[in-house]
Design a protein around this ligand. Structure first.
Ligand code: TA6
Length: 296
């Protein structure tokens, strides 16, 4: 994807709007509809024409400034999960609760409507992560969905970071769904005290709370027999895949998720976490790219 952007006003089907009281950019083209909040550059919807929604948002999500939105594709940066050195720091970093700048839109080489949003360091971020950076999200809504998360080191020293596109996918029934592509991969199991195992299943089925960080660069395929479709998640520049579903008990503890909604979602997250964290020298940049597509 090129980084040249065109002012959004010059593209039909792209509208700067407000949703649930938060500034957002809505896309509606012949290929698809999509929505991204400026807060966190949070992709909250993607629905290819003729298909049911692919990205899941919680019906109990809380839409408030500075509050992480439940569902969609939260951006985790510059750490994933809790911050071990600073337990009071926000889970999954600060990017997902900061307002990004909307840079504009263009039609990409695949005919998708691509938006670019950016976040640069400021006093608030430097208090938590003492480096100069630019974080860019380029999201292209079309018959496929493509997300590019670019981190650029604008400081005079190297820095390390973790990152994730924490994607919530809509499934008819997670108990009937399955994930292929992870067989043979080692994973740390958060449900079993981060003990390390090797995935033996050709198709991972969800039978309880599932929270696993896989060492994997592979594409994943989420089978959804109820919708008679497969969601393919291909990725580039990502060495970690996280699979998460909270199941009943954990979901009931999350007021913005709830005990009656977890059956319709499954997270397959494209990330670089733990031993796969990224280190950038001054002036270097890194791109994590995810392409989501549907097959019958
Ligand atoms: O990616 C899985 C995970 O790390 C789970 O452990 C759970 O915490 C989930 O992310 C949601 O985190 P959040 O901070 O959005 O509630």
């Amino acid at each position: 994807m090129a980084d040249s952007t065109i002012a959004f006003s010059s593209l039909p089907g792209v509208e700067l709007t407000t949703e649930h009281g938060l500034p957002a950019v809505r896309v509606a083209t012949a290929q698809a509809t999509g929505l991204v909040y400026l807060q966190g550059a949070h992709v909250a919807a993607w629905q290819p024409t003729g298909q049911s929604p692919v990205i899941w948002m919680s019906p109990n999500a809380v839409y408030a400034p500075g509050k992480a939105l439940r569902g969609g594709v939260p951006i985790c940066f510059p750490w994933f999960g809790g911050n071990a050195e600073h337990p009071k720091y926000p889970a999954h970093g600060f990017a997902r609760t900061r307002d990004f700048t909307y840079r504009g839109a263009r039609i990409d080489e695949a005919g998708r409507c691509e938006l670019e949003l950016a976040l640069a360091n400021d006093v608030q971020t430097e208090a938590l992560f003492p480096f100069a950076f630019v974080l860019r999200l380029r999201v292209a809504f079309g018959a496929t969905l493509q997300l590019e998360l670019e981190v650029e080191n604008r400081s005079g020293q190297s820095f390390g970071f973790e990152e994730a596109l924490h994607s919530y996918f809509a499934v008819s029934d997670v108990k009937q769904a399955g994930v292929r592509g992870l067989q043979g991969a080692r994973y740390a199991d958060k449900v079993r005290n981060m003990a390390v195992f090797t995935e033996e299943a050709d198709e991972l089925r969800i039978t309880g709370e599932t929270d696993r960080v896989y060492e994997s660069t592979a594409a994943c395929r989420i089978g959804d027999p109820g919708a008679r479709r497969t969601i393919s998640v291909e990725k580039y520049g990502s060495a970690s895949t996280v699979v998460w579903n909270p199941w009943t008990e954990r979901a009931a503890q999350m007021s913005d998720l709830g005990a009656d909604t977890w059956q319709g979602m499954l997270c397959v997250e494209s990330a670089n976490v733990g031993s796969s964290k990224i280190t950038l020298a001054p002036g270097e940049a890194h791109i994590l790219r995810v392409t989501v597509s549907l097959t019958p």
